[in-house]
Design a protein around this ligand. Structure first.
Ligand SMILES: Cc1cc2nc3c(=O)[nH]c(=O)nc-3n(C[C@H](O)[C@H](O)[C@H](O)COP(=O)(O)O)c2cc1C
Length: 225
């Protein structure tokens, strides 16, 4: 049996990174990460994830296309995403994490230009050398498959962290689903949920020192005896 405190350490010290070094990962490392994630559980073992892994020159082409789509306001999400949908405690948590994120990089509340630039950094994958784009087929209302893709993503993120690497899931990339499909030649039937940019986190960037914390267990868990 592996030491459970080792697993606990990996889970509890993982953080997203928002500034990467450009150094690409070796093929063997990429393969190990993908194999770890492939072992994720899924409903009836359907493994509905289809992952497009983008690196090198194609990553630059994709980033340029995303930024161009953004300039045109050409949003084509497969799944709706509206921050206004968060209310109550969920809106509060989203505000707190946003505040922590912008404070870390010294962007003030009313610095609209700075905030826009930080947001747009998503579209250059935070300078990461790789992005894994997580697609899934249309199955019923997609909720079950979306859960499966979440399982996949978390395994991938933990595998990165266990290997001294880092990643960030990005819903923002999913807002440009049609652009991504066109650039990569992905079938129309596949829907883009989100991407995970990953690589070596820049150890000196303040963007990588954001602590957002978690709610107390009592806020999330209701026990019955
Ligand atoms: C499905 C998913 C989508 C996310 N999308 C984005 C995104 O588009 N841009 C971004 O900067 N962070 C994104 N995040 C990162 C979250 O903001 C981050 O996980 C959260 O603030 C908790 O921080 P931690 O993972 O470092 O603990 C996303 C996270 C998840 C799980």
């Amino acid at each position: 049996m592996i030491d459970p405190t080792h697993f606990q350490h990996i889970v509890r010290t993982r953080r997203v990174a928002r500034q990467f070094l450009s150094t690409p990962l070796a093929e063997e490392q990429l393969n190990d990460l993908l194999l770890d994630a492939q072992h994720s559980p899924s409903n009836c073992n359907t493994q509905p994830w289809v992952v497009h892994l983008v690196s090198g020159a194609t990553l630059d082409v994709l980033s340029a296309a995303l930024r161009e789509a953004d300039d045109r306001g050409h949003l084509t999400p497969d799944f709706a995403f509206d921050m206004q949908g968060y209310t109550g405690v969920h809106a509060q948590r989203a505000q707190c994490s946003g505040r922590a994120r912008y404070e870390a990089i010294n962007v003030s509340r009313d610095d609209k230009v700075g905030r826009q630039a930080a947001m747009r950094h998503n579209l250059s994958f935070f300078d990461a050398p790789h992005v894994a784009l997580l697609f899934m087929p249309r199955i019923d209302d997609c909720v079950r498959s979306a859960g499966d893709l979440g399982m996949y993503a978390q395994t991938f993120l933990l595998s990165l962290h266990a290997r001294g690497l880092a990643g960030i899931p990005q819903t923002l990339l999913g807002l440009y689903a049609q652009t991504v499909r066109e650039v990569l030649g992905v079938e129309e039937e596949l829907q883009l949920m989100f991407g995970i940019s990953f690589g070596h986190a820049d150890p000196l960037s303040p963007a990588n020192f954001v602590e957002v914390g978690r709610a107390a267990l009592s806020e999330s868990v209701i026990r019955h005896y």
